[in-house]
Write a protein that binds this ligand. Structure first.
Ligand SMILES: Nc1ncnc2c1ncn2[C@@H]1O[C@H](COP(=O)(O)OP(=O)(O)OP(=O)(O)O)[C@@H](O)[C@H]1O
Ligand SMILES: [Mg+2]
Length: 432
């Protein structure tokens, strides 16, 4: 009896292991990330490197660093090497003698369960996801209690550094660079939503997580909160509400039901920051202006106010038509009803169009009057036609920021509808 039971159980184990290795080969991303959801559920995990190797099963190309190597690279984590500090720890600039390259070294200062899990998710996700608009993880260190991530060094820092609270000596980003950054960041999201399989919901899209290389090409960083999206005919995954206040989609904050549309909403907030130069949340401003989306809502409805929304640091140097279109894209992404937001691939299409310099932005000092014809004109015939159609629309239109004409298709959306967040008040965030 005992033997029979035993053999049966071995067969079952073998079958399970065969099924599991099939899944590993077919979809390492799904396998790895699903594995960590229970494997990292213990208390403090002292053997993180082993865990990564075990779960990674050969898929993890990231290099394992010793603490000593990283201490040498950062001059013992010297304060002068500090690049910035976020909710999970400090980021230092380092130099690796072995590969002769500069790196960014992020030392997590929370080693609790959550810190461990986010560390694992970050290593696993970034080892399997590769795109020019995602930051490159070079390796990690999990010696003892240490949890350190080593990234390619992004010389221009984060979008936040160039957009919000600029030091007096830093030049403001020009319009075309802003559109190029928005386009690249949207392409990073598009890769996660449309190419990764299963799709990945990023969950922490914000200006400080968009890093810039020497040519202002953006790369998304910080995948610790990323989540595998729904599969099959499911519309959402249910999770604890995590993210950053001011960027979270209302329906996600209310219900914890996460969809790709939650990322699209956060994209809308960042895009609005890019256009306006205002923070998602700015407690230094008068109460009515502290919450960017609430501040923008009435302005979106009145075309005459659009120019007032542009970042004063642009000093009016932008094609007025592009400003209108950019605001329209932002407004679409910020629709309260998740299902009516555009898919991120439609946003990319719109931004590819907007990021093509259409006229010399330096001549477009905005006045609040309708844009001069020379600013709306384009070398391409189809653009001329489009402009005419738009002008006609402008005459008869309601004058609100409505971006539907910019999108390839009507937004479908897979979101959960919610109408109540802004009206019904506060939500507690796990991480604000
Ligand atoms: N790879 C990198 N290259 C250059 N600078 C970096 C790199 N990664 C991070 N930084 C800098 O370090 C800062 C802190 O980054 P970090 O991700 O720890 O925090 P955060 O994004 O500000 O907040 P949060 O913890 O909520 O994500 C960034 O804003 C950026 O200026
Ligand atoms: Mg970050």
């Amino acid at each position: 009896m005992g033997c029979f039971y035993c053999c049966g159980s071995n067969d079952e184990r073998r079958r399970r292991s065969r099924r599991s290795s099939d899944r590993k080969e077919k979809n390492p991303l799904a396998f790895l990330v699903n594995s960590i959801s229970f494997k990292s559920d213990g208390t403090k995990n002292r053997f993180m490197a082993e865990e990564i190797l075990k779960i990674g099963n050969g898929n993890i190309a990231a290099r394992v660093f010793t603490f000593h190597e990283l201490a040498v690279a950062t001059n013992n984590f010297r304060p002068e090497c500090l690049l910035g500090e976020g909710g999970f720890g400090r980021v230092y600039k380092g130099y690796l003698e072995s590969t002769k390259q500069f790196v960014a070294v992020k030392q997590l200062d929370r080693n609790g369960l959550q810190g461990n899990r986010e560390f694992l998710v970050e290593v696993l996700m970034l080892s399997l996801l590769h795109h020019p608009n995602l930051v490159n993880l070079l390796g990690y260190c999990a010696d003892g209690e240490q949890r350190i991530l080593v990234y390619e060094y992004m010389p221009l820092g984060s979008l936040e550094d160039h957009l919000l609270d600029l030091p007096p000596n830093r030049k403001a980003l020009d319009w075309n660079t802003r559109m190029k950054i928005a386009e690249g960041a949207a392409k990073g999201l598009e890769y996660l939503h449309e190419t990764a399989s299963p799709p990945v919901i990023y969950r922490d899209f914000k200006a400080s997580n968009i890093l810039l290389d020497g040519d202002f090409n953006p790369k998304l960083s910080d995948f610790g909160l990323a989540k595998l999206g729904p599969v099959g005919d499911k519309s959402h995954v249910s999770t604890r509400v995590m993210g950053t206040y001011g960027y979270c989609a209302p329906e996600y904050a209310m219900t914890g039901q996460l969809t790709k549309m939650s990322d699209v909403y956060s994209f809308g907030v960042v895009f609005l920051e890019i256009i306006t130069g205002r923070r998602a949340i700015d407690t230094a401003k008068p109460t009515s202006e502290q919450h960017l989306v609430h501040w923008a809502e009435p302005l979106f409805k009145d075309k005459k106010k659009f120019v007032q929304m542009a970042d004063p640091l642009l000093e009016g140097r932008f094609p007025l038509k592009s400003l209108y279109q950019a605001l329209a894209v932002a407004a679409m992404c910020l629709q309260e009803e998740a299902g009516t937001r555009p898919m991120i691939s439609d946003v990319v299409t719109a931004l590819e169009y907007l990021s093509v310099p259409r006229s010399d932005p330096d001549v477009g000092a905005a006045t609040g009057e309708p844009a001069p014809a020379r600013l709306l004109s384009s070398p391409r015939e189809e653009d001329d036609q489009e402009d005419k159609e738009e002008e006609e629309e402008e005459d008869g239109g309601e004058g609100t920021a409505n971006g539907s004409d910019l999108f390839r298709s009507r937004p479908g959306g897979d979101g959960v509808a919610s109408r109540s967040w802004r009206r019904s008040g506060r939500v507690v965030y796990a991480r604000c």
